[in-house]
Every structure is written in structure tokens, then in C-alpha cells.
Design a protein around this ligand. Structure first.
Ligand SMILES: [Zn+2]
Length: 258
């Protein structure tokens, strides 16, 4: 079954029909979903979701957008929540220089990225990275941590080219592939998917964002993942069933490691 490694079902975009939508997942072939925390108030919401739904797991952490709001208390909370048996990763964490251009913001993001990677290491969990317009700094920090010993990770919504992909793949990390791979203008990502071994790819929605074609621009959900599997299958010259089976196995191997 399809494993959605990165979704945001705590988002208000799902307030009107969250229960009905989530109730339809299993019958539509969606086996497991990881809800990734973004904002600080997403931490509790993610825990509530994974306690309510047997197929739902959580990544706990705070997105670089909110790095300046992370206090020592928030870090302690992430650590405590990460000990929940359904917490499977620390995320989404990382660097975003697209929305944040100031040097001081970058410094804070880097500090908080490191602080959360420390938690991943100490709690023996994989990490889930968000990186936008911050290729070099993200790579340097991730490389340093992996060298020191980590429990694997996913570069979510991978948006860089083949050279950067190779670095992460050589570290044994996974690339998260979502709706963007179905876009006509996504040449760079299609090249990455062609280049990367299927054994190091995982599927993700990042819903409510990044709906695949033919729903580009609409609200996304895990139900659209067959379109992503189809696009990956065409690029790799295999069947969508194989893409679904292998990426599910990859996700389970990484995320159910503890
Ligand atoms: Zn996300």
C-alpha cells in the first residue's frame, strides 16, 4: 500500500472534512501516513492525530519558518513528544532562505536545525529535512551530523539538482518525491528521479500543498499519490505497483527502525 511520508493533516485546509477524508484512506490504498509538524502548535495536533488514527504516525519538530520562536521549552517538548511510540522522525526541520533573506535569520535557523538534529541523534530517530534555496548550508550541516552518527533521514520535497542529490544518496539518505514530479516544467526533479535508485526514494504529498497534475493548484491529499507513483514509474521504466511497493518498503525500513 501507499506510504505517505509527509503530510500536514493538522492544517486548517482540512478543518471542514478531515474525519471523512481520513476515513477514506485505507479503502483507497493508502496504508500509512506521517503527519509532519511545521508550526509549534502543530506538535500537539500531530500527537492528537496519531493517537486517533491507527495508520497515522508523526514527525515532531519545528519548521525553519518558525525557528525564531523555538525556546528551550519548545525543544524539551519536542524531545518528550519524540518518545511517543508513534513518533517516527524529527521534522520537518531545516533551512529556508527563500522566505528568509537576513543573515541573522539564517544563523537562528542553523542553530535550531542543529538543536533538533541533536534530539534526533539522542532519541535514535531519523530526521526529515526541509531545504529551500539553502543547498550548501543544508548539505554541510547534514554531512557533519551523518558523519557523527545518525539514524537516517529524508530530504523532503527534494528541489535541487543531481549533484546535490548524489551527495545525499551517498550518505544513505532518502529523497522525498511528491506532486512536483508530475509538473511539465519539473525537468530538474525528473532528472533526479531518473538518477536516484528506487531503493532511496519515498513518496510524499506535503498536503494540503503541491497537488500533482491534473489537480495542480488544488488542495492536495494522500488520495492523489497514485499520480505521483505513475510519474515516477514512467521515469524509471517500471510499473506503478513496483514504485508503490518499493517506496513503502523504504519508508518502513527507515521510519519503523526504533
Ligand atoms: Zn511539509
Amino acid at each position: 500500500m501507499i506510504f505517505d511520508t509527509h503530510a500536514h493533516y493538522d492544517d486548517e485546509a482540512f478543518d471542514a472534512d478531515r474525519a471523512t477524508l481520513l476515513a477514506s484512506m485505507q479503502e483507497n490504498g493508502i496504508g500509512c501516513i506521517v503527519n509532519a509538524c511545521a508550526a509549534i502548535d502543530g506538535l500537539e495536533k500531530t500527537i492528537a492525530l496519531m493517537e486517533k488514527y491507527p495508520f497515522m504516525y508523526g514527525a515532531v519538530g519545528v519548521h525553519p519558518d518558525d525557528a525564531d520562536q523555538i525556546t528551550p521549552e519548545v525543544l524539551e517538548k519536542i524531545r518528550q513528544l519524540s518518545r511517543n511510540e508513534k513518533a517516527v522522525a524529527i521534522g520537518e526541520i531545516g533551512l529556508d532562505y527563500y522566505w528568509h533573506k537576513e543573515k541573522e535569520e539564517h544563523r537562528i535557523q542553523q542553530d535550531m536545525f542543529r538543536a533538533q538534529l541533536d534530539i534526533a541523534r539522542e532519541e535514535k530517530l531519523p530526521f526529515m529535512v526541509h531545504s529551500r534555496e539553502a543547498a550548501e548550508d543544508t548539505l554541510n550541516i547534514v554531512r557533519e551530523y551523518v558523519k557523527g552518527g545518525m539514524f537516517g533521514g529524508i530530504i523532503h520535497c527534494f528541489s535541487y539538482g543531481r549533484e546535490i542529490a548524489r551527495e545525499y544518496l551517498n550518505m544513505g539518505l532518502y529523497l522525498g518525491i511528491g506532486g512536483v514530479v508530475t509538473f511539465k516544467n519539473a525537468r530538474k526533479l525528473k532528472e533526479v528521479v531518473e538518477y536516484a535508485p528506487l531503493s532511496q526514494l519515498v513518496l510524499e504529498t506535503d498536503c494540503p500543498y503541491l497537488a500533482p497534475e491534473p489537480y495542480r493548484g488544488k488542495r492536495n491529499s494522500s488520495l492523489n499519490l497514485p499520480y505521483v507513483a505513475q510519474a515516477v514509474a514512467e521515469i524509471k521504466g517500471v510499473t506503478p505497483e513496483e514504485v508503490i511497493a518499493v517506496t513503502e518498503e523504504n519508508a518502513k525500513k527507515l521510519l519503523f527502525c526504533r
